[in-house]
Design a protein around this ligand. Structure first.
Ligand code: TYM
Length: 343
């Protein structure tokens, strides 16, 4: 026994993240993830479409294929340059599944039992949920560690999955006597809008599964729809406070301030300095104008891109080749460490 800390990871910084190919993307995905991928793209991130995660609940095959392309179109339309970011569908890199199996044998049932997302998604029907939905976070750990990603930009709701990834990395390194083999990845949950809330209910997360379309701004909404949804967003009767602290206990007002800050690239303090003391009759039109200015060109560009699926597929194919070049040696080394024959 030694009380020395395990060897730290010595590899390069690598950023990776992904979005699930299920349902339409919304403002929460944009501000919590997509926009932040664009902001750091000079660091050459790996940004994938999580189509394997999508099938943990039933997906019509034709719809899944269309949604996979739609997410890729959103990446490009939001400003990701496929020469800088490696953009690919998870299923095109078989090593994700191989590493996920090994990690299924590293992760403990007790760890997965604590995952709140499974509880939310399976609801009262745990017995009828797919096994994949249960081991979903293990596949997510494989997505990340397959590329030895050191930094993963995500929204607040992914925090628990990132903690599990760290636990899996540490247990693998420990169990297989391979200190520093996998990095202990840092979740990067930053910016003014890491948890965008529903426009109809400031206590619920903006989500693609909310039955009310008015609760979210979809990336494909046109200018009228965006402006209308903001105009109709739930608020309280008070004017905006003069200080940030004054937003405590006012979740709907806080949400709109967060969204304004994230879309405009300002801090929340700057937004409050500009709009403090003003009513929603002033703030909502300003927010609607800003949201239309920033969001509607993305939707329009997505529509153009989706009219040419072959071009999207070419980007995804090239990205998959680049991804496999990184992933294959990592999974080969992992299999060697586990004791699989090298034939
Ligand atoms: P997904 O597809 O549910 O969401 C994609 C990203 O959007 C963020 N997000 C939000 N951010 C702020 N406010 C919201 N209301 C909001 N809703 C969603 C999410 O935090 C996420 O960053 N399991 C992941 C996909 C995934 C992944 C990975 C991510 C699979 N493997 C590896 C990172 C690394 C998911 O379902 O995200």
């Amino acid at each position: 026994m030694t009380d020395q800390a395990p060897a730290p990871y010595a590899g390069p910084k690598r950023i990776l993240s992904g979005i699930q190919a299920s349902g339409a993307l919304h403002l929460g995905n944009y501000l919590g993830a997509l926009k932040r991928f664009v902001d750091i793209q000079d660091e050459k991130p790996f940004i994938f479409v999580a189509d394997m995660h999508a099938i943990t609940v039933w997906q019509d095959p034709a719809v899944l294929a269309a949604q996979t392309r739609e997410i890729a179109a959103a990446y490009i339309a939001a400003g990701l340059d496929p020469k800088k970011a490696t953009i690919f569908p998870q299923s095109a890199v078989p090593a994700h599944a191989e590493l996920a199996w090994i990690f299924n044998c590293v992760a403990r049932l007790g760890w997965l039992d604590r995952m709140t997302q499974f509880k939310e998604k399976s609801g009262k029907h745990k017995e009828r949920s797919s096994v994949g939905l249960y081991t979903y976070p293990v596949l997510q750990a494989a997505d990340i560690l397959l590329y030895k990603a050191t930094h993963v930009p995500v929204g607040e709701d992914q925090k628990q999955h990132l903690e599990l990834t760290r636990d899996i990395a540490q247990k693998f390194n420990n169990d297989f006597n391979a200190p520093g083999f996998f990095p202990v990845t840092e979740p990067v949950i930053e910016g003014p809008a890491t948890r965008v809330m529903s426009l109809r209910d400031g206590s619920a997360k903006m989500s693609k599964s909310d039955p009310s379309d008015a609760s979210r701004i979809n990336l494909m909404d046109d200018a009228d729809a965006i402006a209308n949804k903001i105009r109709r967003a739930k608020t309280d009767p008070e004017p905006l406070p003069e200080t940030l602290e004054g937003l405590a206990g006012r979740p709907e007002a806080k949400n709109l301030v967060d969204i304004y800050a994230a879309l405009s690239g300002q801090t929340k303090d700057q937004v409050i300095a500009e709009f403090g003391g003003k009513g929603f009759g002033t703030f909502k039109p300003a927010l609607a104008e800003l949201a239309v200015e920033k969001m509607s060109p993305i939707g329009a560009r997505m529509r153009e891109l989706m009219a040419d699926p072959a071009q999207i597929d070419a980007v995804l194919k090239d990205g998959a080749e680049r991804a496999r070049a990184i992933a294959d040696p990592v999974v080969a080394e992992t299999k060697k460490l586990v004791g699989f024959l090298q034939l």
